[in-house]
Design a protein around this ligand. Structure first.
Ligand SMILES: C[S@@+](CC[C@H](N)C(=O)[O-])C[C@H]1O[C@@H](n2cnc3c(N)ncnc32)[C@H](O)[C@@H]1O
Length: 390
């Protein structure tokens, strides 16, 4: 069994995220009290105790999953993999009656198929149960009680338990979505990366199903992202401490409500209907104001430090000159009506972005699913930049 426990009895965990969100995730972990935080590609490693593991699942806005390593081996071939997996006492981890699933990620010269690796690990686990009890636990890919991950990098193999179960982006409030909804974790990461102070006016004028608005309002009102989830993976673990988890859930219920202007609009009546439903699901109807309105006619309230975070159409389904023209209209609207605002926009359409006609003050690369996007900031100063500096 792996012994990644430090001098304070804290154990190693790995929080997975999207590329480009590692820094904000590390900051979230620091705020939660995690120690020995280390940023890697699409993941952040940290140490903590069981309470921190529950908190991480309940409070992290930019993590997709929180994993706990339980075995680490050198493996050169499938036989070594099988034998190594059998050194773990699996009946201490889960029971015969529980279902399990295995995800695998392989980057190795010795193992070419990740599905085959998952199959070998499954065989090793099932055979161990069968030898001991003459019975076996069953695999359930969709809704399993226990989720395991196998990572093989060259000949380094790690087995991890998934304390989240379903991906943490599944907050539980979005029952309906428009055509291209943003992943909730990406939306939260964009807001955190924008540096919004959680007090100034916040707007998404192309809000679709309302994901960015809901994530922003939850943040400003101190509502944990996990509050509407029905279940976390660790609730099926043998060592689950229900009282501890209840304490962690209750700890946050007394958070003070704050008065922040969170505003949204969209040209589509259907989108606004869907957004309304999702906002209601998140009990945020009193905290978010939305209306049907094209951006072309949208006038935001005056604000010195207002922030816009938005996800305009990328133009996959429309003609090139139409989308270019739309981005030009966007830029014109920003210049004309959004003085005092910092505007953050995500798009993968680099040609269209050029038509905004504003110089980005910050630029980062983020991935919206498989699409490599730019997340850009445009500062719209009142008067000229020169005046502002003076
Ligand atoms: C990529 S979707 C936004 C998805 C949203 N972030 C979500 O999570 O559901 C782009 C949205 O822009 C809206 N839109 C397109 N043209 C618009 C316009 N001229 N004014 C306002 N909204 C517009 C579309 O109706 C669509 O809902």
């Amino acid at each position: 069994m792996i012994n990644k426990v430090d001098e304070n009895n804290n154990f190693l965990m790995v929080a997975k995220t999207f590329k480009g969100l590692e820094e904000v995730l590390a900051k979230e972990l620091e705020d939660l009290g995690a120690s020995k935080i280390q940023i890697n590609n699409r993941m952040v490693e940290f140490y903590g105790d069981k309470a921190l593991m529950y908190k991480a699942n309940f409070h992290l806005r930019t993590a997709l999953r929180v994993l706990k390593p339980i075995g680490e081996f050198k493996v050169k071939d499938e036989h070594e993999l099988y034998k190594s997996v059998q050194t773990i006492e699996w009946d201490e981890i889960f029971s015969l009656k529980q279902t399990f699933a295995i995800d695998s990620v392989v980057n190795s010269e010795s193992f070419s198929h990740s599905k085959y690796v998952a199959l070998k690990v499954k065989d090793a686990i099932v055979d161990q149960f069968r030898e001991k009890y003459d019975k076996r636990p069953f695999v359930e890919t969709e809704d399993s009680d226990i989720r395991l991950h196998v990572h093989i990098s060259h000949d380094d193999c790690t087995i991890l338990m998934d304390s989240s179960g379903d991906s943490l982006h599944k907050r539980g409030y979005r029952t309906k979505a428009t055509k291209a909804p943003l992943n909730e974790v990406l939306a939260a990461g964009m807001i955190l990366n924008s540096g919004w102070d959680k007090k100034s006016t916040f707007i998404d004028p192309m809000c679709g199903s309302g994901t960015i608005l809901i994530e922003a309002a939850m943040m400003a009102n101190g509502i944990p992202p996990g509050i509407y989830r029905e279940k976390f993976g660790f609730e099926n673990w043998k060592d689950f401490d229900a009282d501890l988890f209840e304490d962690i859930q209750e700890e946050e219920l007394g958070t003070e409500a704050v008065e922040v202007n969170v505003l949204g609009s969209d040209v589509s009546e259907i989108a606004i209907r869907i957004a309304k439903q999702n906002i209601e699901n998140a009990s945020l109807s009193k905290k978010i104001n939305i209306l049907i309105k094209p951006i072309e006619g949208y006038n935001p309230p005056q604000s010195e430090n207002g922030v816009v975070v938005t996800n305009p159409p990328y133009g996959e389904r429309i003609k090139k000159n139409e989308i270019n023209n739309f981005y030009k209209v966007l830029g014109d609207r920003f210049k004309k009506s959004f003085q005092g605002y910092s505007i953050w926009m995500i798009s993968n359409n680099l040609d269209a972005i050029k038509n905004v006609g504003l110089h980005p003050t910050q630029k980062m690369t983020l991935f919206n699913g498989p699409l490599e996007c730019k997340f850009l900031e445009y500062q719209i100063y009142e008067g000229s930049k020169k005046e502002k500096n003076q």
